[in-house]
Design a protein around this ligand. Structure first.
Ligand SMILES: Cc1cc2nc3c(=O)[nH]c(=O)nc-3n(C[C@H](O)[C@H](O)[C@H](O)COP(=O)(O)OP(=O)(O)OC[C@H]3O[C@@H](n4cnc5c(N)ncnc54)[C@H](O)[C@@H]3O)c2cc1C
Length: 261
């Protein structure tokens, strides 16, 4: 049997105070619980943050959509405000895992975990997201540091993720047939001042494909990236797809996303 202390926090300050180098926050538990069951992680303290009211909910303003960290994937997928302002974000949430995962998994847990194949990190980069924590605001580009690594400090809690509403956007992914994680996922977002292309699943961490974004910023059409060379160097290679296949998928999905915008 695995033993640990369970705490149910009612305030962000309380949760942060309970944290240590040997604790985890419990949002939906969709990563933490299986990791503990499989013996991949052990914690002395689990700090349940589901009861902290200010961490949940969706707020739309004219320019941004702000989503509380413990908001579940199903709530993002069904939100009328998000469907209206950033339909691609609602569609991304609808494509995560299965109904059980979508009914427990949270946006904050997803980005804190920073799985290299998770969907939300690509949305954060493409949609110029700002990650609001209990101590600062972090640009998405600076938040995702490497495989399962973020710039969060010990005890730092994500409170909300604020997305800039684009003119147009679309997300395309090749889902793993079992888990639905992205073998490759490409999020394209067009703003007045330029285009972002964020890629997940292809490398050890989500990244901004600046060469594709640059070409699309000059000419927003799928043919504009015909001649952009995507190298397979640094791409993942596993039973699902080789590095070369992933490199091809990055361009193909970027083109599909542009066409679907
Ligand atoms: C079968 C299965 C299929 C899945 N398929 C997909 C998929 O297709 N696409 C996809 O993107 N994801 C997928 N996921 C991941 C899922 O969507 C969850 O978002 C992810 O597992 C995180 O779970 P959680 O939100 O319950 O966080 P938890 O498991 O509760 O926490 C995960 C980590 O995040 C930290 N954390 C949680 N909340 C915060 C916070 N507010 N501030 C700071 N740190 C925090 C915790 O300390 C912990 O380290 C899948 C998961 C499973 C089990």
């Amino acid at each position: 049997m695995k033993t640990f202390n369970y705490h149910s926090a009612k305030e962000v300050k309380e949760a942060s105070k309970l944290a240590s180098s040997n604790s985890a926050f419990l949002a939906g538990g969709m990563t933490t619980i299986p990791s503990m069951k499989l013996g991949l992680a052990t914690y002395k303290d689990l700090i349940d943050i589901k009861g902290i009211k200010k961490l949940s909910g969706i707020k739309a303003s004219g320019k941004t959509i702000k989503i509380g960290a413990t908001t579940k994937h199903v709530e993002v997928a069904k939100s009328k405000e998000i469907k209206k302002a950033i339909p691609s974000l609602a569609a991304l949430a609808e494509g995560i895992g299965d109904p059980q995962v979508r009914n427990r998994g949270t946006i904050g847990g997803s980005i804190a975990n920073n799985d290299p194949a998770a969907d939300y990190p690509s949305a954060c980069i493409a949609l110029n997201a700002i990650i609001h924590t209990n101590s600062r605001k972090i640009d998405a580009e600076k938040f995702f540091k490497g495989m399962f690594e973020t710039s969060l400090k010990n005890g730092e809690i994500i409170e909300a993720i604020e997305f800039e509403i684009p003119q147009k956007s679309n997300y395309q992914k090749l889902p793993n047939p079992a888990s639905r994680y992205a073998v490759v996922g490409v999020y394209v977002a067009k703003y007045k001042r330029g285009v972002n292309v964020a890629v997940t699943g292809a490398k050890s961490c989500v990244y901004n494909a600046k060469d594709l974004a640059g070409a699309l910023s000059k000419n927003f059409s799928s043919s504009a990236i015909n001649n952009v060379k995507i190298t397979s160097s640094g791409m993942n290679s596993d039973i699902h797809a080789s590095a070369n296949y992933r490199a091809n998928m990055v361009k193909t999905f970027a083109q599909k996303a542009v066409d679907a915008c």
